[in-house]
Design a protein around this ligand. Structure first.
Ligand code: CMP
Length: 436
């Protein structure tokens, strides 16, 4: 059994994709110019058939992933493959050149045309390329790239067909003839249509009508797709911009003063800068509990590493705290805590700094930075806030509610002891400052 994500499969997929793309470029050209002798055509046809046949067999031995689970059961793999992709793979793997060379004279147009059946493999190559680069490229950009790729392939096929239909009236060299045909194709399918090259005779007119219909449809599709894709390249940014526009329209309607508006603008700019505008809590709330815990552990890992208090804490304690932490942002000058108020939250600083000030704000007790915590005194002593805390700069804080705090300190006496010590030290320090 070959694993779908094995190295071998990876390189095999690249090989199949490259060969299919090479075939789609060379085979149509071989219809126009004698770049492949009949013997070479049969040989390259056989080579393609052989490669595609091996690919077909390998598919039966390649496991696949279904909703995160690797499926290795032969029957399931076969039934899935028979339903998806087998028929196309089979058709493109049959030795068409050989079969036709037995029926027709080699070099006849039927002989060359039939080779194009191998091009069906391109549908699979398209899928393979998608899976190969899926996780490495933004999906919207990938779709755009594949769209451009298919347009180039279509233009190549149409150019070759146009050369067959219209011949080479000006006796141009092969390269010049091809470039001229490509020029005609592009002007036609992009609906520019200069009209400097016009069809002569019914066959050419019918062909041009077909290309024009195809071109018009494709042009509409491409323009629609590109508009959608560009908007989707950065969904987060587009949604965020829309949200800001709505908010700004509202502020304008309610005549919010410019000063406040500027503060709000800066706040949103900070949110974008630090978390791409996502609301972590909303994302977490959408997840089932078990997953929520793992994601919260990842998201809040940084704060756990930063806060020295957590360094020696036991893992269950950290888990209890981490899944209950809620992020909060404060802008410069904001009051986080006001002395004398009753509070029921403890704060941990992830980024930024805050000033701890006396209730009348005349004395500064301390400046706390990343990794520090505050708000524990009112909770431990069941009193009002003992100091006022103001954000000095943009601050990313994590907030822990009283219920969780009480539960945690009740369960982990050592943790309670270190917090108590810290609160006691702070109290003494403030008393000393007050006496000065
Ligand atoms: P609390 O009284 O709940 O609210 C204000 C907080 O400021 C207080 O808890 C402490 O966490 C913090 N605090 C008070 N004094 C100091 C200090 N001297 N140094 C650092 N933090 C302090």
């Amino acid at each position: 059994m070959i694993a779908a994500d094995s190295k071998f499969r990876f390189f095999w997929n690249i090989l199949i994709s490259l060969v299919s793309i090479g075939a789609v470029l060379v085979l149509p050209l071989s219809l126009v110019y004698p770049i492949l002798s009949p013997a070479m055509a049969v040989l390259s046809g056989l080579f393609l058939s052989m490669l595609f046949a091996i690919d077909l067999v390998l598919e039966f031995f390649t496991s696949y992933v279904r909703i995160g689970q690797v499926v290795t059961d032969r029957k399931e793999i076969a039934s899935r493959y028979l339903r998806h992709g087998f028929v196309l793979d089979l058709i493109s793997a049959l030795p068409w050149f050989l079969m036709v060379s037995l029926l027709f004279e080699s070099g006849s147009s039927a002989f060359s045309l039939i080779g194009l059946v191998h091009l069906l493999k391109l549908v699979k190559a398209n899928r393979l390329v998608k899976t190969l680069v899926e996780e490495r490229i933004n999906p919207a950009i990938l779709r755009l790239m594949l769209l451009v790729f298919w347009i180039i392939i279509a233009a190549h096929l149409i150019s070759c067909a146009w050369i067959i239909v219209s011949g080479n009236p000006d006796q141009l060299a092969p390269v010049d003839r091809y470039v001229l045909a490509m020029y005609w194709t592009v002007t036609t399918i992009t609906t520019i249509g200069y009209g400097d090259i016009t069809p002569k005779g019914t066959t050419q007119i019918l062909f041009v009508i077909m290309v024009e219909i195809f071109g018009a449809a494709m042009y509409g599709l491409v323009i629609g797709n590109i508009a959608g894709l560009i908007a989707n390249i950065d969904v987060a940014k587009t949604q965020y911009k829309e949200k800001l526009e709505k908010i700004n329209a509202f502020f304008k309607y309610r005549a919010i003063p410019a000063e406040i508006k500027r503060k709000i603008d800066n706040y949103y700019a900070y949110l974008w800068e630090t978390r791409r505008g996502y609301n972590e809590m909303a994302i977490l709330d959408d997840l089932p509990n078990a997953l929520k815990e793992s994601v919260a552990l990842c998201l809040n890992k940084e704060i756990i590493e930063k806060v020295p208090l957590f360094n020696s804490a036991e893992p269950p304690l950290i888990r209890d705290i981490i899944i209950n932490l809620k992020p909060a942002v404060f802008t410069p000058g904001d009051y986080v805590v006001r002395a004398g108020e009753y509070g029921d939250e403890v704060f941990f600083i992830s980024r930024g700094s805050v000033d701890v000030m006396s209730p009348d704000e005349t004395a500064k007790y301390a400046t706390l930075t990343s990794g520090a915590f505050f708000g524990e005194m009112a909770l431990l002593l069941s009193t009002a806030r003992t100091a006022t805390i103001k954000a000095v700069e943009y601050c990313d804080l994590y907030v822990l509610d009283k219920a969780t705090f009480d539960k945690v300190i009740g369960r982990y006496p050592a943790f309670q002891e270190s917090i108590r010590k810290m609160a006691e030290e702070r109290r003494k320090q403030n008393e000393a400052a007050a006496r000065k």
